[in-house]
Design a protein around this ligand. Sequence first.
Ligand code: KIV
Length: 266
Amino acid sequence: MKRITVKDILEKKKAKKRITVISTYDFAFAKLVDQSEIDMILVGDSLGMVVLGHPSTLFVTMRDMLHHTKAVSRAAEHALVVADMPFGSYQTSPEQAVRNAKRFIQEAGAEAVKLEGGASVEKQVKALVKAGIPVMGHIGMTPQSVTQLGGYKVQGRSPQEGNQILKDAQCLERAGAFSIVLECVPHQLGKKITQKTKLPTIGIGAGAETDGQVLVLHDLLGFEFGHRPKFVRQYAHLDQIIRRALAQFKHDVERKTFPSRAESYE
Ligand code: KIV
């Protein structure tokens, strides 16, 4: 299987081929995603909620992200691995952003990094690109700014807000990013931004007209622990399968039907 590069992602947009991205965080799941020929694996800071049990992404550290990016990189032979830069690891200065992003490339084996914001992180994106680090932007609903945004709300509903998000996308393009995640914006805005930028747009709650789509693997597989956003399509209900298997294991151990003689050593 051919290894996907940043160039392949840019060419997919030109060729009007759709781009697939999955957020996942460990070796086993990354192996399955990679073997399914998904284009990019995002080691998202959604890790904080999905795997670490935090109430938001704001608690995720560089240490958490490096640890999980290493596991995903060990699994990926085909997909481009993108590491999410956690809250507080890039906002202070371009130097801070480059220092931390280098760790994702050199220590954890990622091929690109993602950071949230448009005009507000223009200097950081330019510095990263200058340092040879491919950057994926993330605009619209940016979870690391949840407190400023007043919750996980659709962004860009008014013409002014929509124009600002479009300007952010154009700013990321000028700064040299190679793609943009567009999260929770009206589908009309998703389409407009996709048409007005050369960068591949990866939507999540941004309608069907973006160049690609991203979902968190746990959401797609149907691990249902709380609120499910409208944009999630569940392709399986693994939580039910896992619960059934665990109940069967408990039953078998308690009734001494596991292990059998065939499952034991002579
Ligand atoms: O953290 C994450 O998984 C993400 C995607 C949902 C885009 O940012």
